[in-house]
Structures are given as C-alpha cells and as structure tokens.
Write a protein that binds this ligand. Structure first.
Ligand code: PSV
Ligand code: MN
Ligand code: MN
Length: 426
C-alpha cells in the first residue's frame, strides 16, 4: 500500500519548506565548524527496534479503545514495522515477546523479514503471567520462586525463548522479572536474590556465546513493597556474577521520580555494562508514554551521556541495543512509534552537536555556567530538518506521520484487517 513513489510525491509537497530549514541549520552548524552531512550520516546509521507489543491497542489495565486495523499475528506485526521503516528508514528491527510472537513457520517469517528489510532485535521472555494450563504458577515469582517447579518452568521458558530467537537470527534475550513482594515479611530478600542469580546463570549457560542477555530493572509494579531486581545496582551485580555477555538494560520509565538517569547511564558505560535501552516517556513511573513527550531536557542529558560514552575511546562498552518500549491508549500506535523514533533521532542529533572539547575544558576549569550553557545551547538548537533530511536521503518521508495520514494507511489497515482488537477481544 505504500511505495517509494508515494512517499516521494508527498515529500514534494513539503520540499520548499524543508530546504529552507535545512539551509538554515546547515549554515548554523557550518559557522560552528560542524559538517551537517556528517551528522545526517550518523542519524541515518541509527536504528531503533520497534516492540511487537506496541503495535496494537495498548495502555492501562483500565480502558482500551482500539482504532482497528491492528496486527492479528506475527506476520502482520512485521508488516506494520515494515511500514514504519519505509516511512522513516530508522526502524529496521522488531523486538518479540514470547509466547505472544511464537513463529509458526520460522523460514516463512525470515523471508517476510527480508522482504521488509527487517531483522529480529531482542526476544523478550514473559514470566509475568500464567499461560493457559500452565503446570506451576508464577503467582509468587518466577526465577525467584521458592518452589523449584515454578523456577524450573521459568528457566525452561527463557531457554525456549533463546531457541525461538535462534530460529529467527536474534542474538539478544531480554529478561524483565515481575518478581517481588507486596507485604513486609513475605519474601526473604537475600534468598530471593540468590535464587534469581542461580536461575539466570542457568539460562545464560544455555545461550550461544555470541548472544547477549539484557537484565532489566524496575523499582515497583506489579509488586509494591519490593521487587527482586528494583534498581541498576542489582542488575549490575547480577550481570557481574553471570558472565561478560550479561548487560544491564535501562528502561527510561523504570525509575522513581527525580532519579538522575543520565548519571546511571554514565556509571554503567564506565563499567562497560550498559547493554540496551528501552525508550519511552515518563511522568510518574512506568507510564510508557511517547519518548521525549514529558521531559525532553532530561532525555537530551541522557543522550549526551550516551554519546559521550560512545565517542570516548577509553570506554569499553559494547554497542547498545536501542529499543522502544511504549504503549498507551490514546494515539494511533503506528503514529506514536513514528513520533517516538523522530524524537529519539532528534535528541541523538543534538547530543552529537555538543562541543565535547569545550565542555571538557569548562569542566576541568570548573566553569559551571559555561559547561551548562554549552548543553543548553545545543538542546535549544532545532535539528528537525537534519532528521527529515536523513529520512529523505534513504527514501523515507520528510514527515512520516503526515505521510501516514495523507496516504490513509490506518483506513487501509482497517479495511484489510477489520475493527477487531486482539487486546480487547472486541
Ligand atoms: C513492564 O514494566 C514492561 O513495561 C517492561 O518494561 C518490559 O520491558 C516490558 O513490559 C515488556 O515485557
Ligand atoms: Mn521495558
Ligand atoms: Mn515497563
């Protein structure tokens, strides 16, 4: 339904405005000795994985209000990510969630991925709910469960995820545990930690040597007194015990209000243990809102730290897995993801513009105001034309959301797939 010609035709209607803005930012950067095309090349190379679970009606445990045209199976989820990638040229992979995305025919799925120029990013395990007819429950935990039977079930499930991932050429297993306790006394903290560490080691042993295990932390929810992996320190300590291919995953929404996330990022990169990122926006906690929608300056400071670490030859951190983890119940999911990727790219571009030499000089000389102003000046620079140009240069849309709307993609998807929503069953 979407072709290069259609995208280009729509780009033509935006071309004059775009060239005006691009010429301005190019000149502005030139005056600072920065080559705009160089930044554009870096934006083009930056790819963000789309989560399969964000393509349908998402949101809270309260109302879900489907738009229709939702993907009904893995193949249709891949088609949706293909559309996103066609529009922005920056979303060339998809994160899967097992058992929701078990491939019925791995070869056919691989062929479909190829047709859409996509790959599988990470495979996410799910031990936060019991599946139908499950022999032992996760009600009181999965990898940390007191009972061996439940623990083993969770270990086997993660190993099965690795097997599905291998079939589809993924190389990353992401583990987020909904393990914890709701009341004081319910759980023995040290024992629960040790059971989790042992179980993760078992899973790690089943992982091919070129795979990475990402361990995600979260301070609360679904448990509200304690979580077994509540913070980066716990994730980090687990990774250290488990092995060199175990890395910490930072989800932007998994922090208590006012946490200095950029400092956490700096620390983890310093230790060479920052493996992946879940982008989203957060006002209170795990809100999973659109990336950059709530605290754009904080998001920029986080990216500033990431770029600083990536550009420093002394930092021995592996390449990061960039992923979105967002889902809410108001916007069209595809539009939301396009908007998120756009915000990620723009913020990355801004972080690339920071004059690291001048910043380091200001820091060394304790010139507080100058250091801060260097960051603020970059943050307030409008780089959106660079992101649009990067997309245009790879055959994407200058304004992906506008093209999505103009071409009536959602209407077409509703015609093809109907109004049914997997999440609501309506
Ligand atoms: C639950 O908090 C969660 O949002 C985690 O961030 C996971 O990454 C995601 O669900 C998918 O399992
Ligand atoms: Mn997450
Ligand atoms: Mn979350």
């Amino acid at each position: 339904m979407l072709t290069k010609d259609i995208i280009q035709d729509h780009n033509k209607t935006l071309e004059a405005d775009h060239q005006f803005k691009l010429a301005y930012i190019t000149e502005l950067l030139d005056r600072k000795g920065i080559d705009a095309q160089n930044i554009i090349e870096k934006i083009k190379a930056f790819q963000v994985a789309i989560p399969s679970w964000a393509l349908g009606t998402g949101g809270t445990r309260f109302g879900r209000f489907p738009n229709g045209g939702e993907p009904r199976n893995l193949e249709e989820k891949i088609e949706d990510v293909g559309l996103i990638h066609q529009l922005n040229g920056s979303s060339n992979s998809i994160s899967l969630h097992i058992p929701w995305d078990i491939p019925s025919d791995a070869n056919a799925v691989k062929q479909l991925l190829k047709e859409h120029s996509l790959t599988i990013d990470s495979v996410n395990s799910n031990t936060f709910q019991d599946q139908k007819d499950q022999s032992y429950s996760y009600k009181f935990g999965s990898l940390s469960h007191t009972q061996t039977n439940s623990r083993n079930l969770a270990i086997d499930h993660n190993i099965a995820c690795i097997e599905y991932g291998k079939q589809l050429d993924s190389k990353v297993l992401t583990v987020w545990l909904a393990d914890g306790s709701n009341f004081p006394g319910q759980q023995h903290f040290r024992k629960a930690y040790q059971r989790t560490a042992d179980a993760l080691s078992n899973i790690y042993a089943a992982m091919p040597s070129d795979w990475t295990m990402l361990i995600e932390y979260k301070p609360y929810e679904p448990f509200f007194y304690s979580m077994v992996i509540p913070d980066w320190g716990t994730s980090y300590s687990l990774c250290q015990q488990i092995g060199k291919n175990a890395q910490v995953l930072v989800d932007l929404g998994h922090h208590l209000p006012n946490t200095n996330i950029e400092q956490i990022v700096g620390r983890l990169m310093h230790f060479g243990r920052l493996g992946g990122f879940h982008f989203n926006g957060s006002m209170y906690g795990d809100d999973d809102l659109t990336t950059g929608s709530i605290k754009p300056y904080q998001f920029f400071l986080i990216f500033n730290e990431l770029v600083d670490g990536m550009q420093d030859p002394n930092v021995k951190n592996p390449p990061l897995a960039w992923m979105i983890d967002a889902s809410h119940n108001t916007k069209d999911p595809i539009e939301d993801l396009l908007q998120s990727v756009n915000a990620i790219l723009a913020t990355y571009a801004k972080a690339l513009l920071v004059d690291r030499f001048a910043l380091s000089d200001a820091q060394e000389n304790n010139d507080v105001l100058r250091a801060e102003e260097l960051l603020r000046d970059t943050f307030f620079t409008d780089v959106r034309a660079l992101v649009a140009e990067a997309s245009r240069q790879v055959g994407g849309a200058l304004d992906p959301v506008a093209t999505f709307r103009k071409v009536n993609i959602r209407e077409n998807l509703i015609n093809k797939r109907g109004k049914f929503s997997v999440a609501t069953g309506l």
